[in-house]
Ligand binder design. Structure first.
Ligand code: MLT
Length: 384
């Protein structure tokens, strides 16, 4: 079987198709599916971008690994916000969105016959990029009993001398689970012993609803000694999903290998966007990040109150803008979510879209307007 034949359909493409079909049939759809912030990019950033776009200095190819100003801003931001020291020249790489970095990482180290540990529950790209690189995704389970953290013994059992990478994602999509410093310490040690590159997809590190600062992989590991890489994204931090701007930071060899792969594939991010990203990171210290995140706590409360009043079981979390909820009874997740669209016009994501471990669960995204979240909560609550 060819690599493309091994790829399952992309989760959100299938959901988009179902949504469009329902709209065409006249259903008034409340879309709580994909995690794409409804609010616009903050006006101050749009103004910086407008000025940058008009500046011919930004019209040429960007630097291949990222513009020096942005890499400097990233290093400063990591130091001040997370207490992480990295050399901007050798340990930071600008990405065309973190999905791009996740998609290309296996190409740095996976050969035919190698395997990569991927979470089941997880963002589909981890397994799909492994397949595209010719490797075998080996799944480890995340379940509610363990707070959606992996069992370290299972990880150790799954690793062999062909294991090249392990993907983790905390704070976690789709569950909202958060990993603490003690967990990171143990998993870093395991990967060090087994010579496995450890990746944390940190796209939701700043998406907290209670102002907390979850531990990060980079904060725990020694990114000069440990073969680790963490991918951060401005998409959810600053409502910039469409801009495609993110960065990787970590061990110089791992970051350098990813840069080499990218040199053969893309030519970097438009420098005007990079200049805006540098500005945004600076502004995060003066309240911009808090302002963006202030959209979510009330939405979560409205949704969770409606769900629990209606008897749904919700995974308790103050991180990410997702609500992870059990499907009532023994109905399959996909059937439940299809019925939700057909009967009450609400789009939610079936848990198995993130792996077989998601059976019996569904995900609600809080990235719709306050009115739509309230309406979705009302419809789901009244439906049960
Ligand atoms: C999601 O809904 O899981 C994410 O928004 C998808 C993405 O970040 O590409």
């Amino acid at each position: 079987m060819g690599r493309l034949d091994k790829l399952p359909p992309y989760l959100f493409s299938a959901i988009d198709a179902a949504k469009e079909k329902a709209r065409a049939a006249g259903v008034s759809v409340v879309d709580l599916g994909v995690g794409d912030p409804d609010r616009p990019t903050p006006g101050a950033l749009v103004e910086v971008m407008a000025r940058a776009v008009a500046d011919p200095a930004f019209h040429c190819y960007p630097a291949q690994r990222g513009d020096a100003g942005l890499k400097q801003a990233i290093a400063l931001w990591l130091a001040e916000r997370h207490g992480v020291q990295v050399d901007p020249a050798s340990q930071v790489l600008v990405l065309v969105g973190s999905k791009e970095g996740l998609g290309h990482l296996p190409l740095t180290c996976v050969e035919e016959g190698d395997n990569v540990l991927v979470p089941d529950l997880g963002y589909p790209v981890y397994g799909q990029s492994t397949i595209l690189a010719g490797g075998e995704p080996r799944t480890f389970s995340l379940n509610a009993e363990m707070g959606f953290l992996p069992d370290l013994d299972e990880l150790a059992r799954l690793m062999d001398d062909r294991t090249r990478l392990m993907f983790l994602n905390y704070p976690n999509n789709p569950t909202g689970a958060v990993a603490g410093q003690a967990f990171w310490k143990q998993v870093v040690e395991l990967c060090r012993e087994r010579n496995v590159i450890l990746v944390n997809d940190a796209a939701y590190l700043e998406v907290t609803l209670d102002g907390s600062r979850p531990a990060s992989l980079l904060r725990t590991a020694d990114p000069l000694a440990d073969r680790v890489i963490e991918l951060h994204s401005l998409s959810k931090m600053f409502n910039m999903t469409g801009w495609r701007i993110a960065f990787a930071a970590g061990h110089p060899d791992v970051v350098g290998d990813l840069a080499r792969v990218k040199e053969s594939i893309d030519s970097g991010v438009f420098s005007a966007i990079q200049a805006t990203a540098a500005h945004a990171l600076g502004e995060s210290f003066t309240g911009l990040l808090d302002e963006v995140m202030s959209a979510y706590p009330e939405r979560r409360k409205v949704m969770v109150d409606a769900l629990t009043t209606a008897g749904f079981e919700v995974f308790d979390s103050a991180a990410t803008f997702y609500v992870w909820c059990r499907v009532p009874g023994d109905e399959m997740s996909v059937d439940f979510c299809s019925r939700a669209l057909e009967e009450i016009g609400v789009v939610v994501t079936p848990g198995p879209g993130f792996g077989s471990g998601g059976e019996g669960w569904f995900r609600i995204s809080l990235t719709a307007s306050d009115e739509d979240v309230a309406e979705g909560a009302r419809r789901i609550g009244a439906w049960r």
